[in-house]
Ligand binder design. Structure first.
Ligand code: CU
Length: 321
């Protein structure tokens, strides 16, 4: 009997231990939910500074106040806060309505994580630099076609405008005849183009089975990837997320895209920075985007919907190999 009781007792104690308020563990979940969209701890700057070893840079009192009311400190022209604000693209860190206890838990986590990881010296600078944009084949063809069509339209308008200088009688019947020919020709050309190009659209049919499903949760200002659905901010810190998304070249991938705060756009760009596929990221909806990533390389995800001040910094990467 005793031999059974002892392990049971130890097991119960072990369970009870971490379940009781461990500030660093509590802070870790809070950090994933409220801070990780703008900060890393040892992974380099994002929207805000890398918080690795921040406790050594600033007094505890300052940190507690800044984390609970950053907006007020910047408004009050706190010297350090204003300097940071100028350096980080004049984006004010939002007041997240945290209590002082939350701030203490967060700082405990930041400190624990800082001593667990080396500083970001070796980490690649974020955001990743991309090659200069180049017009690839379909883009340059479309640009030339667009310019040619625009020139034709401008010429027709100019001709019509100039023709009003010498008024003349119009044969209405003949004019309607010409219009009919134009209408039929345009319809035939457009329907033919539709039939010719529709099968080449990059989207797969609804019934195909993807090789991989990636769940995407967009929020201000990053994209969170996961193998499991993330439907609300409270899932963050509990559902395991994918730090670096790597996919196999040629695989058919289904992105299930949602948003945790406001509307965002999920725009997937290929290695030459060509837009491959895109869908809306909306709170409360899951949009499915099935694409085949044929070419190996560094893909990018950019937000395609203006979502707030940090929108232009909202991006993520996918490695295809
Ligand atoms: Cu955006």
């Amino acid at each position: 009997m005793r031999s059974l009781l002892m392990p049971a007792l130890i097991f119960t104690l072990a369970l009870a231990g971490p379940a009781r308020a461990d500030p660093a563990a509590e802070g870790k979940v809070l950090f994933e939910q409220k801070c990780a969209s703008c900060h890393t701890i040892g992974g380099g700057d994002r929207i805000g500074p890398d918080l690795h070893g921040v406790a050594e840079r600033r007094p505890q009192e300052w940190l507690l106040r800044f984390v609970t009311e950053p907006d007020k400190m910047i408004a009050a022209k706190d010297e350090v806060a204003v300097r940071l604000y100028e350096k980080y693209n004049r984006i004010i860190m939002p007041n997240l309505g945290l209590a002082e206890n939350d701030a203490r838990a967060l700082l405990a986590h930041i400190q624990a994580a800082s001593s667990a990881t080396p500083p970001a010296a070796a980490a690649p600078p974020t955001p990743l630099r991309m090659p200069r944009p180049q017009l690839i084949a379909p883009q340059s063809t479309i640009l030339v076609a667009f310019l040619a069509l625009a020139a034709v339209i401008i010429a027709v308008f100019a001709w019509v405008a100039l023709s009003t200088r010498s008024p003349a009688e119009v044969d209405v019947k003949k004019a309607y005849g010409v219009r009919k020919i134009f209408f039929v020709t345009a319809s035939v050309v457009l329907v033919a183009l539709l039939i010719a190009t529709l099968p080449r659209a990059p989207y797969a049919g609804a019934d195909v089975k993807p090789d991989r499903i990636v769940h995407v949760a967009a929020r201000q200002f990053d994209f969170v990837f996961s193998d499991e659905p993330i439907v609300s901010a409270s899932d963050l810190g509990r559902v395991p997320t994918i730090q670096r998304l790597e996919l196999k070249a040629g695989a058919l991938v289904e992105f299930r895209v949602t948003a945790l705060d406001v509307n965002h756009g999920f725009g997937l760009y290929g290695p030459q920075r060509q837009l491959l596929a895109q869908t809306q990221a909306m709170p409360g909806y899951v949009n499915r985007l099935v694409v085949r990533l044929a070419e190996p390389g560094q893909y990018k995800v950019f937000c395609l919907e203006y979502c707030a001040a940090g929108h232009h910094l909202m991006q993520s990467g996918v490695t295809v190999n």
